[in-house]
Design a binder for this molecule. Structure first.
Ligand SMILES: Nc1ccn([C@@H]2O[C@H](COP(=O)(O)OP(=O)(O)OP(=O)(O)O)[C@@H](O)[C@H]2O)c(=O)n1
Ligand SMILES: O=P(O)(O)OC[C@@H](O)[C@@H](O)[C@@H](O)CO
Length: 401
């Protein structure tokens, strides 16, 4: 990622920050540095980004260019766009794609509801693709919806984990710094190009370890693991009753808390028309454990699924729902219960279309405290693994603890 001015060597005067956009995704870029209140807040507009996305990904060794390779069924470039567009002071994002991938790119923008994106034709080299993006930003076209920026961030479309803090550092450096021997020594290609041919002053700023580029196939697996980890940090246990503290769902919640001590476990009842739960959904919790005890088999789970389907939560990431059912195997033979629970396969197939991964979990409810604890612990381990793996092949399966 580099910052440079489009056809001008004036220092940056970046735009105001309206940080904390509604619905902005916290998992995309969990930057601890909020830009609000920094110097960016004092200046009008002026930052744009150019994303070169016109390569063919030869080193990846697959037919699909790597920027369009799916991670959790969503193209890699969509994660990069998400990371950039949640930075409110970047006014325009110009993406350079090849003519043959223009329609693919348009459909990605539409499907994942990306905003502030313009497309230009890529060139035969990365630098030419960037140049085309810069030209679009520099042009004086009457109908152009692009505002002329004073600083342009150049960011590879295949670096999905860029954070607001590092973007801010780059933009500030573009504004403030000159060029040093150190920068020359450790310059990247773009930087060297700028130094050799432009009168632009340049500064190399330190990035974060997450800024690596997806280059080889193994990088796709690494990116997928990082994304899965980010969306697995919170679990909401949904109870089918509000008052009962001895509810077995609370016991499960306690066990989940002790088994998964790095994960935030909260609980919520579906009462009050699910208002609190709705807030949890809006706050982007991607994992739900729905405990069905006092109501009939899938009543609560179905209510939760409807709420999730109505929300926009599932557009960007697959949401995991584990429908938990308790059964005293000594009193009721599992086969009897199974018959009803088998419906889960149909539900799971339906909601998969909406990016919800539904799993079933039958926990042995023993009158013996020790045995019950053991089943709950086993249940918690299964839940943890379903959430961590997000395995589509296991949807609709009824697992037994
Ligand atoms: N003619 C090109 C070549 C590359 N890029 C983009 O530049 C970024 C970084 O380049 P690189 O990792 O080298 O991508 P590829 O050229 O696709 O990969 P490879 O070198 O393995 O073919 C990528 O987002 C890539 O799409 C581009 O916009 N136009
Ligand atoms: O070394 P690679 O060819 O993988 O990538 C080189 C460049 O595309 C990349 O590092 C730019 O982001 C910096 O100018």
């Amino acid at each position: 990622m580099e910052a440079g001015p489009p056809g001008s060597s004036r220092p940056a005067e970046p735009g105001p920050c309206l940080s904390g956009q509604r619905g902005a995704d916290h998992t995309a870029s969990a930057s601890p540095q909020s830009v609000a209140g920094t110097e960016l807040g004092r200046h009008p507009q002026a930052v744009a980004a150019v994303l070169p996305a016109g390569g063919c990904g030869e080193r990846m060794g697959v037919p699909t260019p790597k920027q369009f390779c799916p991670i959790l069924e969503r193209p890699l470039i969509s994660y990069t766009l998400q990371a950039l567009e949640r930075v409110c002071w970047i006014k325009d994002i110009v993406v350079a794609v090849t003519g043959e991938n223009m329609e693919v790119m348009k459909s990605i923008i539409q499907k994942y509801q990306h905003k502030r994106i313009s497309l230009v034709k890529a060139g035969v080299t990365r630098h030419r693709s960037i140049f085309n993006g810069l030209k679009a930003l520099a042009e004086d076209q009457i109908n152009s919806k692009l505002s002329k920026p004073e600083v342009v961030i150049i960011h590879d479309a295949v670096r999905p984990f860029v954070e607001e803090g590092v973007l801010l550092k780059v933009v500030t450096a573009a504004k403030e710094h000159g060029c040093s021997d150190y920068d020359l020594e450790f310059g990247t290609e773009c930087l060297q190009l700028a130094l050799k041919y432009c009168c632009t002053k340049a500064k190399l700023v330190e990035g974060s370890p997450d800024l690596w580029k997806v280059t080889y196939k193994r990088d796709l697996y690494a990116a997928e693991s990082i994304i899965k980890e980010r969306i697995s940090q919170e679990i909401c246990v949904v109870m089918d009753t509000e008052e009962d503290n001895k509810h077995v769902g609370h016991l499960l919640e306690e066990v989940l808390k002790s088994e998964l001590n790095h994960v935030k476990v909260t609980s919520e009842a579906l009462g009050h028309a699910g208002r609190h739960l709705l807030q949890i959904i809006l706050d982007q919790c991607y994992n739900f454990v729905c405990v069905n005890v006092t109501t009939s088999d899938f009543q609560e789970t179905q209510k939760l699924l409807s709420m999730l389907e109505e929300s926009n939560l599932c557009i960007l990431y697959p949401v995991v729902v584990v429908s938990v059912h308790f059964l005293d195997f000594k009193l009721v033979p599992p086969s009897q219960k199974m018959e009803n629970l088998m419906q889960i396969r149909e539900f799971a197939k339906e909601v998969k279309e909406r990016n919800i991964l539904l799993y079933g979990l039958l926990i042995c409810y023993s009158q013996d405290d020790q045995k019950l604890q053991e089943s709950l612990r086993q249940g918690a381990i299964i839940i943890a693994s379903l959430i961590k793996e997000r395995n589509c092949g296991l949807i609709g399966q009824l697992l037994i603890a």
